[in-house]
Design a protein around this ligand. Structure first.
Ligand code: WTA
Length: 647
């Protein structure tokens, strides 16, 4: 079925190249040469050109492995760069956001209007006593106020941490505690598939106990949901807004001021707070808008991600707005009220650039070509993909049905940790090979190496590493620099270890093969096997649990749990349903397991380590019945495994 030849190559059309920011492979190579030979000069020149600084830096770069600083001593403000400077340049009337609510309400917000929203929100935070260095959690639906909240924090130097609305109260609590956040910004609800999310209820549950740091909860009214307000702590957005002015000069912040912390799953039960700072992050965000998305002033750009993930941070908020783009922002689900909602929006607003994930494309393929074909998608000129390798069938459909064979597809490889795209085509320069992220960005010294850090041969599998720090690299794990070093810089000392396996072909193209650790990729979202296992064993019935990713037609991988039970009289059918619900409660609905398998024992090595590799084989090669209560006797496998005693 998946038959597109790996040899298929799609060179850029002369028409696309002639107008592109980077118009040829030679131009791309020239940028790479400059960046490799003189990285400090290269990035300094671009930082001067692309960003507006209050004070220039003293040194472009400081590297004390594993800690990096860029533009040391320089000051700037991310919200100024994303909003004010466009207004000052006379573009205040340009639309920043064409926003579409799920129920069908719409708003067009200009840069001048966004400037007012951001300034007022920063003043609201000030009125509640927040100051530079404090932390605020943003737990909101996809509404313009969420963007204003992020930029309002940035304006003041309050470090934000956006928590995806699908996370549970438990997950929210853990993040509030780790950050010792002073404020939570939320809404009375948000629309998803015609229903409302009870965000405020989750906030109440999260901070009911053990969150003493939170003194303020700001609540946006988005639905008619009934919520409870706690006097003194909770305040309506509109009430607070009525007390402030439009005038809020941006703070002059150090280039290394912490802009945001975004939590992502690692190989332990505890999520990692990835820290990004201001200057280097913003530079890479704006550069990749031009290099990868080839953004022009008249583009209508649309990234379908949620602001709760890093893609939403870099490619809805900081990148497009710093670049002065007009973009589309949609609140709800792609299948509401019907599966052509995205195409209807793209046609109505004449989207020119569209960026989504392979999992979404696969879900859309299933609904049939007649849905996109019923809409005029001729405005599109560039398509993007992120989250996992794009499989040939999805690539072919995306290219033919959505792009009508005209639009290049930029397959963008990156991570929460990398801050922005590191490996991707430059669409006017790079010939595409479906399934490959192609070549690294200038200054990104990517390589595929073996256990000792030695480069492997052409087409050999190995670990993907980045040999030199780049401007938007994560700076540390919040409150855990030791884990930062251990996770990313200890395999090969001083070298960034991505956690992905890859190979490089004869043209130097990178092919990403997936994670080498216990991190799953479900619908393009990272989930930790350990995090789900820890949650499972917190349930009173569960003795032990092992979680593996199982191949899935739409989501790429699905969560499959092997569970042994404590003594007792359990109804496996009921318990299976309960445990799936339990995970949704402990982590979030998007982590809900596809399958729970009860077993007498888990296969372990003699030293007692669970052999997940074996379990992965079981779920990959066996046809599995849809029954979640299948009792599987792993006794034989367990014995076999113990004999081999792998570690
Ligand atoms: C995977 C999302 C192949 C990869 C921006 C990485 C990809 C992890 C691609 C990061 C791609 C992301 N091709 N694999 N184009 N994009 N990945 O932190 O395994 O949510 O390490 O960042 O997703 O996921 P994260």
């Amino acid at each position: 079925m998946e038959t597109m030849s790996e040899q298929a190559v799609f060179p850029p059309s002369p028409e696309f190249s002639s107008r592109a920011h980077v118009p040829s492979l030679d131009a791309y190579r020239d940028l790479c040469r400059q960046a490799e030979q003189h990285p400090e000069e290269f990035f300094s020149a671009l930082a001067e050109k692309e960003l507006t600084w209050f004070k220039p830096w003293d040194h472009p770069f400081e590297w004390n492995p594993p800690f990096v600083k860029w533009f040391v001593g320089g000051t700037l403000n991310a919200s100024y760069n994303c909003v004010d400077r466009h207004v000052e340049a006379g573009n205040g009337s340009k639309v920043a956001l064409h926003w579409i609510g799920e129920p069908g309400d719409t708003r067009d917000i200009t840069y001048a209007e966004l400037h007012v929203m951001v300034s007022r929100f920063a003043n609201m935070l000030k009125a509640r006593g927040l100051k530079p260095g404090d932390r605020a959690i943003i737990y909101m639906p996809m509404v313009p106020e969420a963007v204003a909240a992020m930029l309002g924090c940035a304006r003041l130097g309050v470090t934000h941490s956006v928590v995806f609305g699908g996370f549970s109260a438990e997950a929210l609590k853990a993040r509030i505690q780790d950050l010792e956040a002073s404020a939570v910004i939320t809404a009375d609800g948000g629309w998803r598939r015609g229903k409302t999310l009870n965000l405020k209820g989750a906030v109440d549950d999260a901070i009911a106990a053990e969150c003493p740091s939170v003194h303020t909860v700001i609540v946006l009214k988005r639905t008619e949901n009934e919520i409870t307000m706690t006097a003194g702590r909770d305040v309506w957005w509109h009430d607070l807004d009525a007390t402030v002015t439009d005038d809020c000069p941006p703070e002059h912040l150090d280039a290394e001021h912490p802009l945001y912390v975004l939590y992502t799953s690692g190989t332990t039960g505890k999520p990692k707070g990835i820290l990004h700072t201001t200057g280097g992050y913003l530079l890479h965000a704006v550069l990749t808008m031009k290099w990868v998305f080839d953004l022009k002033p008249d583009d209508i750009y649309w990234c379908s991600a949620d602001i709760g993930w890093v893609t939403g941070h870099t490619y809805i908020v900081y990148g497009p707005l710093a670049a002065g783009a007009t973009q589309i922002m949609y609140e709800g689900a792609p299948d509401f009220p019907a599966w052509d909602r995205w195409w209807q929006i793209a046609a109505q607003y004449k989207a020119t650039i569209f960026y989504t994930s392979p999992t979404a494309i696969r879900a859309l393929i299933k609904q049939g070509e007649h849905l996109p074909n019923a809409h005029d998608l001729s405005s599109l000129r560039l398509l993007g993909s992120v989250g996992e390798p794009i499989n040939p069938a999805a690539w072919e459909w995306y290219h033919r049905v959505i792009g009508k064979g005209r639009c290049p597809i930029v397959d963008t490889w990156w991570q929460t940790e990398t801050g922005g795209v590191l490996i991707a085509p430059m669409p006017g320069a790079t010939p595409l090979k479906p399934g490959s992220g192609t070549l690294p960005m200038p200054g990104i010294l990517a390589e595929v190496v073996d256990f000792e850090g030695k480069p492997v041969g052409v087409n050999q599998e190995g670990f993907l590493i980045i040999k030199r720090p780049w401007p938007s690299m994560m700076r540390t794990i919040w409150r855990d620099p030791a884990r930062f070093e251990q996770n990313y810089f200890s395999r090969i000392p001083g070298i960034y270890f991505t956690g992905d396996a890859a190979r490089r072909d004869e043209d130097g193209y990178f092919w990403i093969l997936g994670r080498v650790d216990d991190v799953m990729n479900v619908s393009g979202h990272r989930l930790s096997t350990m995090e789900i296992e820890s949650a499972l064993v917190r349930h009173p019935a569960v003795a032990e649990a092992a979680v593996v990713g199982k191949p899935h037609e739409i989501t790429g991988q699905a969560v499959c749990c092997f569970v042994t039970l404590k003594q007792g009289n359990w109804d496996n059918h009921k318990l299976g349903i309960e445990l799936r619900q339990w995970i949704a409660h402990e982590i979030g609905s998007f982590a809900r397991p596809e399958e729970i398998r009860f077993t007498e024992a888990l296969p372990k090595t003699r030293s007692g380590k669970i052999m997940r590799r074996l379990l992965r084989e079981i779920v990959t090669s066996h046809t599995v019945s849809g029954d979640v209560t299948t009792l599987e006797d792993l006794g034989v496998v367990t014995k076999l495994a113990a004999q081999h005693d792998e570690d």
